[in-house]
Every structure is written in structure tokens, then in C-alpha cells.
Design a protein around this ligand. Structure first.
Ligand code: NDP
Ligand code: OXD
Length: 309
């Protein structure tokens, strides 16, 4: 049996050496060198074209090259019953935490204002609340959200998280389910999005939910562009209800050149670069999944059917 690697539109050359080093005994093929499709039992993918996975008749596992699996689940012709494995990589959690801390501190210390003032040669100081006086709300208190939340706690921030199930994370208040979303938003000065994109979270941050944040709240989106309704965010920025937004992910990527986010004075844009997968550590993690597959052991980090993550 053989593994097939395919990363649509993202290059992929940097994976060849780490994958071969992590799995020296495996027959690893790199798209488009598929060979006999019937020999492929595991596909390592990022944004596979719709319908393509179904052309591999003996597929036993689909491994995501990233933490999110929405790029796989958007395929309406996925082969039935084949487990999908998300990437849970401590190196990615570290990278994401660095980025989240950077952006939360940027909003906390009014860096968007100071950057604008520098452009205008304006010398003016703003209030300087301490971290413990700033309430951070993490939408999605999962692998990445917990890791980032703990780092923010260690800086002194007042951190809460929202998830589907109740969490018990030291010093992080847990809010669970839609019933508690409004009270979670009402106590959030800086909102961090780290949710998976699913039918339930698509468009979650709409005008109603934005209005539930305190006036002047900031937003950091490292999850997916479709979690937020762009028009609602732009309106809330225009009225001052939202003071600033740091956005790493967008409905359409690359962000089209004409999009208002690019030039908005209170929006910081980054090119889906919060936490790129590290091919070296991810290859080692994937080798464990392949070993489990070959030995018949239980696969871990499986996407739960029906939840979308
Ligand atoms: P996890 O699956 O570990 O965590 C997801 C969290 O979201 C869980 O706490 C889960 O709740 C919660 N959640 C899911 N659905 C709902 C819902 N309907 N209501 C409330 N809470 C919900 O994912 P990760 O932390 O590994 O990754 C999160 C996302 O980050 C990825 O899916 C991806 O989109 C994004 N990402 C972005 C990157 C970037 O560079 N910008 C890099 C890597 C990831 P529960 O715990 O109860 O299940
Ligand atoms: C991911 C991402 O899901 O990079 O890993 O967006």
C-alpha cells in the first residue's frame, strides 16, 4: 500500500524530505505521480479538489495537512466511512499562541492607534490599562484556544473561553453552547476566534452578536473568514462599536485587492499566516497515524462524524 500527498495550490516541495525521513519504509507518492490509484490507502491533503478523493478506491484514511478540516469536508463526494484525521501538532499550537499573543497585545496596547498616529506625526498618549483589567474571550477553547488562553493568562489577562462542551482549564472561565454566548460576548473586550468552520459556526459573528460585545471591543480572527460577516464588521468599525480588527483569514483568499479591509485604518491584515503547518513536526505526527493504520490500532484525532471538526 502507498501514501499519496497532495497540497492544492500551496506548493508542497518542503514536505518531501520530512515525510521521507519520518516514514523511511513507506511508499510515499507526491501528486501528480499517483501510480496505480488502487495502491493508495492514505491521502495526506490540503484543499483536495472536490470528487478527487473518491477516485482512490482503497482509501483507508484521509490526513489533513492542517488543523482545520473544512477544506476536506467541503467535498460533497467524499468516500463514505473513510476516517478523516485532523492535525494536532504542538508546534502549531506554539506558533498560533505567538501570533495570538502578538495581536492581543497589539490591541491591548492600542498599537493600531499609535501606528495611525505615526503616519500623521501625532504625539498623543492613550490610557494604559493593565492586562488584568482587560477581558479576553476566546471563541473555540480547543487545542489552539486553550494553548493561547494559558499564555494570555500568564501575562495576566482575564481570560474566558467558549466551546460546545464545558471546559475545566485552570484560571480560564468556561462558557458553553449558544445559551451562554451572549453573556460570554458581553464580558469580552478582545475577542479571539479559534473555532473550526462548521455548519454551526459559519457566519456566527453577525451584526446581532457584534452588538453584544461592549462598545470599543477588538477582534482577532485566526480561524476562518466565514466565521465573521464582513459587512457587519465593517459597519461596526465605522460606528466605533468595534475599535479594531486583526484578520488573518478571509472569505476569499488571497484577499482580493479591492477589498476594503486592505486599506481600512482600523484593520490589520495578514495572509493566513498565523500558524502555518510545520512540515517537520507534522510529518512525525502523521507517521504515527500511518503506523496506527498499518497495525490496526485505533486512529486518534479523528473528525467526529456529524460535528464537522
Ligand atoms: P479544536 O477542534 O481542537 O477546537 C475547536 C474548539 O471549537 C473546541 O473547543 C470546540 O468545542 C469549539 N467548537 C466547535 N464548534 C462549536 C460550536 N458550534 N459552538 C461552540 N464551540 C464550538 O480545533 P483547533 O484548536 O485545533 O483549531 C481551531 C481552528 O483554527 C481550525 O479549525 C482552523 O480553522 C483554525 N486554524 C487557523 C490557522 C491559521 O493559520 N490561521 C492555523 C491552524 C488552525 P468542544 O471542545 O466542546 O468540542
Ligand atoms: C489550518 C490552517 O487549518 O493553517 O491548519 O488554516
Amino acid at each position: 500500500m502507498a501514501l499519496l500527498f497532495r497540497a492544492s495550490g500551496e506548493g508542497g516541495g518542503e514536505w518531501v524530505a520530512p515525510l521521507r525521513a519520518a516514514m523511511p519504509d513507506e511508499d510515499i507518492r507526491f501528486w501528480p505521480d499517483v501510480g496505480d490509484p488502487a495502491e493508495i490507502d492514505a491521502a495526506l491533503v490540503w484543499k483536495p479538489p472536490s470528487g478527487w478523493l473518491a477516485t482512490l478506491p482503497n482509501l483507508k484514511a484521509i490526513l489533513s495537512l492542517g488543523a482545520g478540516v473544512d477544506h476536506i469536508l467541503q467535498d460533497t463526494a467524499l468516500p463514505a466511512g473513510v476516517p478523516i484525521i485532523r492535525l494536532v501538532d504542538p508546534a502549531m499550537a506554539e506558533a498560533m499562541t505567538e501570533w495570538i499573543v502578538l495581536q492581543v497585545l497589539r490591541l491591548h496596547r492600542q498599537d493600531v492607534d499609535y501606528a495611525a498616529q505615526q503616519r500623521e506625526r501625532v504625539w498623543r498618549r492613550h490610557d494604559q490599562p493593565l492586562a488584568r483589567e482587560r477581558r479576553i474571550g476566546i471563541l473555540g477553547l480547543g487545542t489552539l484556544g486553550c494553548h493561547a488562553g494559558q499564555a494570555l493568562r500568564s501575562l495576566g489577562f482575564d481570560v474566558a473561553g467558549w466551546s460546545r462542551s464545558r471546559k475545566s482549564v485552570p484560571d480560564i472561565a468556561s462558557f458553553a453552547g449558544l445559551d451562554e454566548l451572549e453573556s460570554f460576548l458581553a464580558r469580552t473586550d478582545i475577542l479571539v476566534l479559534l473555532l473550526p468552520l462548521t455548519a454551526d459556526t459559519d457566519g456566527l459573528l453577525n451584526s446581532v452578536r457584534l452588538a453584544q460585545l461592549p462598545r470599543g471591543a477588538g477582534i482577532v480572527n485566526a480561524a476562518r473568514g466565514r466565521h465573521i460577516v464582513d459587512e457587519a464588521v465593517l459597519t461596526a468599525l465605522g460606528s466605533g462599536h468595534i475599535s479594531a480588527a486583526v484578520l488573518d483569514v478571509f472569505q476569499h483568499e488571497p484577499l482580493p485587492p479591492e477589498h476594503p479591509y486592505w486599506s481600512h485604518p482600523r484593520v490589520v491584515v495578514s495572509p493566513h499566516a498565523a500558524a502555518a503547518t510545520d512540515a517537520r513536526s507534522a510529518s512525525v505526527i502523521m507517521s504515527d497515524t500511518v503506523r496506527r493504520l498499518r497495525s490496526g490500532a485505533e486512529l486518534i484525532d479523528r473528525v467526529e462524524p456529524g460535528t464537522g471538526y
